[in-house]
Design a protein around this ligand. Sequence first.
Ligand code: ARG
Length: 454
Amino acid sequence: MWHGRFQQDTAADLKKFSESVSFDWRLYPYDIDGSLAHAAALTEAGLLTPEENQAIGKGLLEIRADIEKGAFAFDPGLEDIHMNIEAALTRRIGDAGAKLHTARSRNDQVALDLRLYLRAETGAVQMCLRGLQRALTALAVRYREVIFPGYTHLQRAQPVFFAHHLLAYVEMFQRDFDRLEDGRKRIGVLPLGSGALAGSSIALDREFIARRLGFEAVSQNSMDAVADRDFACEFLAGCALIGMHLSRLSEDLILWASAEFNFITLSDAYTTGSSLMPQKKNPDVAELTRGKTGRLYGNLFSLLTTLKGLPMTYNRDMQEDKEPLFDSIDTVKASLSICAAMLGETRLNEERLASSVADANLLATDLADYLVERGVPFRAAHAVIGKAVALCHEKNTTLRALPLEDYQALSPVFQRDLFEALDLRKAVAARRATGAPSPQNVAAQLKKWETLLG
Ligand code: ARG
């Protein structure tokens, strides 16, 4: 493709070092869509005859069909998917194929392909996020009545509904969804027409191409358009955050499945055994998901680092943008899908949970609020209840069993009705502020998500 200037063939080891078709072949549908739009614009501009345009269209669609059938021989000697497709086209249709690259460089071509690809994958990842949100919501609905110990510092804190805990993750994954959606408008900017870096003396109707490809905008600076991959960094950051959320969910599941917590039972289908210890049932799905988060972070850093020292504009370093991107997309989609499937078969150990929320200490704050409602300043109330908890420890009893006289010795404000503040359901029902886990709020949120997720 550059034989005019060179007398020597490229060294075999350089060909191997430099080729990208072994991984960028997956851009083929987008490369073909981009070329179809480009050929249409060349035709509009009178640079291709309608017959040549037709031949190009037919040839490209045949190439696409061959690739899909596995009948296309990729040649690493042709470096990348762009050159592979163009060479095959010219082989098939002759001169018209050789005209396709008019007013185009691989620099604006690869930027376009990547944007088309990422736009499609944005939708695919969003679908997977929806799948996980649905699985979380379905589990929340199944156990909608179950009260669950909420934790801070991994210490039992206050009671919530299990559904409330799961819906916290649904919210997180919604922000991940929205983040990807927001990135769409920066992905959907057409770089084609920017040439290698300085556009082309042959002016094509770039707005026409953008419309054909469903892009919202046309880039306004040809150097920017071929030089930057910030849209891909943003996408990778979005994947890293999805990984972070998935990893925390995984950590919860791993803890809950341990004998120490024993809150959930994972299905046999989504756990693995041990080759040595016959009793083991390991939460590998959650562990692998947690583990893969490292790759998602790494891929973001890989691309940021590749880009940071590059002078304007395109540099070959940028070919290194693809593998991290492909890996994050594959990893995120696989993790989201398998976590959704695992949750679908996860069951709650309701008896065990009932005994864990029977811990009256979960309601210590409610008891402090009891005093506050009767005029005691919160700090003083906090101290009184702290002493009551310490007394329970000393006497090896619980806040529910501590006699009224002991309470009254700590504060004369206590009356017999203090024990009503230790009613689990009442305590949860009292948490009515927006976002708090009262049964009404949780029911409304469940309904909202069920409607939204369909
Ligand atoms: N394979 C290259 C990449 O992925 C395509 C662009 C090559 N451009 C060039 N001037 N060598 O970045």
